[in-house]
Ligand binder design. Structure first.
Ligand code: C2E
Ligand code: MG
Ligand code: MG
Ligand code: MG
Length: 298
């Protein structure tokens, strides 16, 4: 469309400087171009935070991990959802720099929450295909682990099914390198990306996350798909995490259905580091050792 062309022109013109507004730009395009500029600035000024959402074992109800979620509070517009700015970061290539920051911060934070207790609570980091494709990505991961002192087995990288499906061979190659580095892998937003059984078998993942859209409709219309995902994953020795659990009925159904881990507003919203670290400290040691979950923590 003409808007895309205008955006493209504006982007290539203003890579590192201010982006020019072209009169042909639609309101949407202008907004996008403005966000891209501001995103660039936010990266320079370190204006991001990470929130941590706890994950709980379905069997013992114990804390088994956290997902790191990027937060950006815009100076005038207030908080902006990653759903709105991650795609812009991806299209502009800014995701590589931003993603490095996320990885580093998440590993440092996880090293801290595991340092002063006998806890081994892993952190899950979302990584976009653009980052995964970057030739230095695995080396970056290794460096960050070394510098932060976090054990490789306490880092889980979340990749979305749909992004992997865009280039399966390259994705599998990158996943193998990461697994060789000792990192765990999760397939995010599972059920939305049209992958078939045979692909799942070739993806070297430790867990998959049932997309929120199926969890939302539990215990009603989401049931057949959720049941199928759980049984399929378990037959490949892959653990199942349900995301977006909001209702007690959903939790009950998931426990009954043999889901391994839950993550959602019902059991814990994304929270600042300090609050999550408190949660780690409060976790009773006995229960932690008694954890029976499916190979979530090495
Ligand atoms: P995701 O990886 O699937 O993350 C889960 C999203 O579901 C998060 O949204 C989380 O806040 C939300 N959520 C968790 N429990 C519930 C619930 O019970 N109900 C509802 N309605 N929502 C729930 P958030 O933080 O807005 O992130 C949205 C997406 O943005 C993420 O989806 C992920 O794809 C992307 N994202 C976030 N942080 C990063 C990052 O650091 N890097 C990359 N590449 N993507 C990120
Ligand atoms: Mg995720
Ligand atoms: Mg997800
Ligand atoms: Mg997602």
């Amino acid at each position: 469309s003409s808007a895309d062309i205008a955006l493209h022109a504006a982007k290539s013109k203003g890579k590192n400087s201010a982006v020019e507004f072209h009169p042909a730009m639609t309101v949407e395009t202008r907004k996008r171009v403005r966000l891209e500029m501001e995103l660039r600035k936010a990266i320079e000024t370190n204006a991001f935070e990470l929130a941590y959402q706890p994950q709980f074992d379905c069997r013992g109800g114990t804390l088994v991990g956290a997902e790191a979620l990027l937060r950006w509070v815009h100076p005038t517009d207030g908080p902006i959802s990653p759903v709105d700015f991650i795609p812009i970061a991806e299209d502009s290539g800014l995701i590589v720099t931003l993603g490095q920051w996320v990885l580093r911060r998440a590993c440092q934070d996880a090293a801290r929450w595991n340092a002063h207790s006998s806890a081994s609570i892993p952190v899950a980091v979302n990584v976009s295909a653009h980052q995964l494709r970057h030739p230095r990505f695995t080396d970056d991961v290794r460096n960050v682990l070394e510098q932060s002192g976090l054990a490789a087995g306490l880092l889980e990288i979340e990749l979305t099914e749909s992004q992997l499906m865009a280039n399966i061979e390259a994705g599998v190659e990158a996943m193998r390198r990461l697994r060789a580095a000792g990192v765990r892998l999760a397939l995010d937003d599972f059920g939305t990306g049209y992958s078939s059984l045979s692909y799942l078998q070739s993806f070297p993942v430790n867990s998959l996350k049932i997309d929120r859209r199926f969890v939302r409709t539990l215990p009603d219309s989401g049931q057949p798909i959720a049941t199928a995902i759980i049984s399929m994953a378990h037959s490949f020795d892959i653990a199942v995490v349900a995301e977006g659990v909001e209702m007690p009925e959903q939790l009950e159904w998931l426990i009954e259905a043999g889901c391994d881990v839950v993550q959602g507003f019902l059991t814990g919203r994304p929270m600042p580091f300090e609050q999550f670290a408190d949660l780690v400290c409060k976790e009773p040691l006995v229960e932690r050792n008694a954890r029976t979950s499916f190979d979530i923590v090495e």
